[in-house]
Design a protein around this ligand. Structure first.
Ligand code: ADP
Length: 461
């Protein structure tokens, strides 16, 4: 059995009882009292009026008229004389009066009481008033109302109240059941879905039926499944890429090492060429492994920057110095345009140099002729660095992907040129670790510009 149904049902039942029982009791009490008072008042007034109009106890027709009147008003009457003898009645026995009541009546006061007919044992509400003849009391006029007649309508109303309360209770229970089911069904579905997700079925989705808390929970579960799925396929792809990237240089190493071992070369020149390839490929392997380590650390957020206030212009200069040999070899011009009054920014100098080296060596790698310009300047509390080349450029449709791990515009070309496909992914991570942004503008055949910007912290000089 569904637990929410039980809990909600129980709570509603308890609430119902707590509210309705005392309410019903009080309502019943008020109603009964009101009805009794009403009848009490009526018979008091009637008996007072009848007693006042009674002038002689001897006039039989007059008395008969009162008996008939009692019948018409559905009341009983008793008239007694001064000696306490019954003069007339409408069919009920003489009630017993206490001495105190007799005294009250002889003093001219009226009395009201509950009496029992000694013959029929029926209960009555009685009101008695003294009858005056001149100044003398000559008897008592009693008007009585059958208690049963009073209780009957009260009982009927009470039955009706109980019936409607029971009806309301069942209605509430039915409503609770529907409501609880409506609430617990999606929860059960979510429970099943999360269990499936935990077991690795990441294509499971929960249906979103409302936009309340339950709906947002369902959405959150779907997002979680989607994100985990994305993470999983990303990781799979990453591992596939890594093994591919590692296998290529290793197969070169194995192949050429075997050739050399078995002496399968024609000349000393050929041998040196093979040794050169082995040397290059092992360099690439070291490079790739270092990049992978860096990236893994960054993506797990485990990289610690040793922050200080750094001079971007200076770091850019030292990165450029390291590439001079390469550019001279290729015949490319390399220029730094740096504003001397750049404020220092908070950053890790080694990582910042890694950013520039990666971007500049890409620029050198993908530029055949022309010029590479690195510009650093201050604008709106940000230090901007633009690295521009006149190389082969990046096709527009590739631009959104170039920061992804192992994404290359042309696989073979990048590899030939010594790239690992991880450079820009590392750059982007490092820039973001420095609270900076990176963007790229490029035209095929004309060149590429990487645009970086880093915030200048308050107090930095
Ligand atoms: P790689 O090691 O292959 O250079 P990167 O992550 O550094 O990997 O760059 C991803 C891809 O972006 C490269 O393969 C190349 O196709 C393209 N790319 C990067 N920088 C440039 C550039 N300055 N000019 C043209 N293409 C570039």
């Amino acid at each position: 059995m569904n637990k929410i149904v039980l809990k909600l049902g129980g709570t509603i039942m308890a609430l119902f009882l707590v509210v309705l029982l005392p309410l019903g009791f009080v309502a019943n009490q008020i109603f009964t009292n009101f009805y009794y008072n009403q009848v009490q008042q009526e018979i008091s007034q009637l008996s007072a009026k009848y007693a006042r109009n009674m002038t002689s106890l001897d006039d039989r027709t007059f008395i008969k008229m009162f008996v008939n009147l009692a019948d018409l008003t559905n009341k009983e009457i008793i008239i007694i004389n001064q000696q306490g003898e019954m003069v007339a009645n409408s069919g009920v026995g003489l009630p017993h009066l206490s001495e105190k009541e007799v005294e009250q009546l002889s003093n001219g006061q009226s009395i009201s009481k509950r009496v029992e007919d000694p013959v029929t044992n029926k209960n009555y509400l009685a009101s008695g008033n003294p009858i005056y003849q001149g100044n003398k009391i000559s008897g008592v006029f009693f008007v009585m109302a059958d208690i049963h007649d009073i209780e009957e309508p009260v009982r009927k109303i009470r039955d009706l109240l109980i019936l409607s309360a029971v009806g309301a209770l069942f209605l509430a229970l039915g409503f609770t059941f529907v409501l609880a089911k409506k609430m617990s069904d999606p929860l059960l579905e979510m429970e099943q879905a999360t269990r499936k997700i935990a077991k690795g079925k990441l294509d499971v989705r929960v249906s979103i039926r409302s936009n309340d808390e339950i709906g947002t929970l369902a959405k959150a579960i779907n997002d979680l499944a989607m994100e985990t799925n994305r993470y999983r396929s990303n990781r799979r792809e990453f591992f596939a890429n890594i093994s591919h990237e590692l296998r290529t240089p290793i197969s070169y190493l194995q192949g050429y090492a075997k050739v050399l071992k078995q002496g399968l070369y024609q000349s000393e020149k050929e041998k040196n060429l093979y040794l050169e390839i082995i040397d290059q490929e092992s360099d690439r392997l070291v490079h790739l492994i270092n990049d992978l380590f860096d990236l893994a650390k960054m993506e797990e957020g485990k990289i610690d920057l040793s922050l200080s206030f750094i001079d971007i212009g200076g770091i850019l200069e030292s990165a450029i110095v390291k590439l001079k040999v390469e550019t001279v070899k290729k015949g490319i011009e390399l220029e730094v345009i740096s504003n001397n009054v750049l404020p220092r920014i908070k950053g890790d100098p080694i990582r910042m140099e890694q950013i520039f080296t990666n971007l500049l060596s890409n620029a050198v790698r993908y530029t055949e002729q022309g010029k590479i310009t690195a510009r650093a300047f201050l604008n709106k509390q940000h230090v901007h660095v633009h690295i521009e080349d006149t190389g082969m450029g990046i096709p527009e449709e590739e631009i959104p992907y170039i920061f992804e791990r192992f994404h290359r515009v042309e696989k073979s070309r990048s590899r030939q040129l010594g790239g690992t496909g991880l450079g820009l992914a590392i750059v982007k991570n490092l820039v973001e670790l420095h609270n900076g942004t990176i963007a790229v503008e490029s035209r095929v055949g004309q060149g590429t510009t990487f645009l970086l910007s880093f915030p200048v912290e308050r107090g930095a000089e």
